[in-house]
Design a protein around this ligand. Sequence first.
Ligand SMILES: [Zn+2]
Length: 462
Amino acid sequence: MENKKENFSEWYNEIITLAELSDKRYPVKGMNVWLPYGWKIMSLIDSIVRRAVDKRNFQEVNFPILIGRSMLEVEFEHIRGFENEIYWVTKGGKEKLEEELALRPTSESAMYPMFSLWIRSHADLPLKIYQIVSVYRYETKHTRSFIRIREIHFFEAHTAHATYEDAEAQMEQYKEIWREISGQLCLPYFYDQRPDWDKFPGAMYTIAFDTVLPSGRSLQIGTIHQYGTNFSKNYDIKYLKEDGTFDYAHQTTYGMSERLLAAIIGIHGDDKGLVLPPDVAPIQVIIIPIPGAGVMEYARDVENTLNSINIRVKVDDRENYTPGYKFNDWEMRGVPLRIEIGEREVKNRTITMSMRNIQGKVTIERSKIIYEVPDMLIKIREKMMENAQKVFRDHVFRATKLEEFNREGLITAFWCGSKECSDRIEAETEKSALGFMVDSRETGKCVVCGKDGKMAVFSRSY
Ligand SMILES: [Zn+2]
C-alpha cells in the first residue's frame, strides 16, 4: 500500500479501491459506483444524521429530481451561481420539451414553490424538512472520489420561520446537530463564516465546517446558510400573522455530502488501510477462528451473544484463508475490534481482543463480553477523536506575516475582510480565505494591509 504521509493522494485513491468502497471504472465521468461496503458505511453515516435531526423535529421528505427552468430562474443570484453546473434535460423520447428541465443541483427551487402553498399562517411555522438524495453538478475540475464528483449524495435540510431571530436560533441548533454528528464520526473542524464572494448563491451569509486532511489541504464537510427573506420574497412564501398582517418567512438550510466519508477515510486511515469509527463500521467486531477443536462452535456462540446486544459482528469462516491473511484483510477494511478464538480461549472460557487503533491484545472472560465489548468500542472512539484532534492541531499554524503562510495546513491570521488582501495572499501563497473564525473574538491588524482585522483561516482547499 502507498505511504499515507508521503503520497496522500495516491494512498487515498488506492484505499478506496482496496477496501471496495467505490468502483471508479463506471463509464460516465464523475459518477462512481457505490460498492456494498462503501454504501453500508454511507448508510450508517446517514442514519446518524437522521437521528440527530429527527429528534429535533425535522421531517424527512423526498422531492422530484427534475426542476423546470422557470422555477429555477425565480431567484436571480441563485441561478447565476449554478448556471455553469446544471445538467439539462431537453428531450422526452424523441420530442423536444417545451420547457427545459434541470437535474437538481440543490433543491431550493424545487421546494420553495411548494412552501408557498403549504405555509399559510403562523401556525404552519416553523417548517423543518430534510432529504437525503442525489444532486447533480457538472463539475469541470479534476474529479476525486467522495470529494469532487458529478453525482453527489446530498443531505439538505430546509426550514422556514416566522422571524429572523427564530431563523438565527435555527442556525445555532445546526451547530449543536453538527457537534453531535462530528463527535460520532470523530472529525475535528473549524466554523468559518465564508466571505461574501464565496457564500451560497442567494444566502445572506454562509457558515462552513472545515476540516483538514493530512495533505494539509482543507475540506469543507458541511455548510449552514441564513437566507433571511431572500428566497421567500422571490418564491412568495408568506404567512398570516396573529395581528392580521402578512410577513415573509425567514429561511435557513444545512447541507452535507459523502465528503463526510472522505474525511473519515483521510483523517483516520493509516498505512494498513481504513480505520472506521465504531458508529459507522459495517462490521464492528470481526471474530477470527484459529482452527482447532470446538473453536467454530465457540466462535458462533460469541457471535450470537454480541448480536443479541445489537453489535454488528461477523465470524470470518472462510476456509481458504489463513488467520494471518484474515487479520490483515479486516485491518485494511478498518474493523474497529478483532476477536481471536483458538483452542486456548475455548479451554479457558476467554476471548482475546485487539483494537484497530490501539496497540496490544487484551484477554477477557467469556462471561463479561456483553459489558467489555461495548466499553471497548467507546474507548476506540475516544482514542480516534484524540488522535484526530492531535493531527488537526499539528496542521494549524498561526501567522503574523505573509512569509509564514508557506506551511502545509490551515493558517490562522488577522484579516481585514477585503477581497484585495485575500487575493494578494492567494497570489503569493496559493492559500485563500476560508473566512472569519466564528468562535474567535480576537482582533488585530490585517496581515496584508495593517488595517483593523479579525481572526481568519486560510488554506489550499479541495
Ligand atoms: Zn487587509
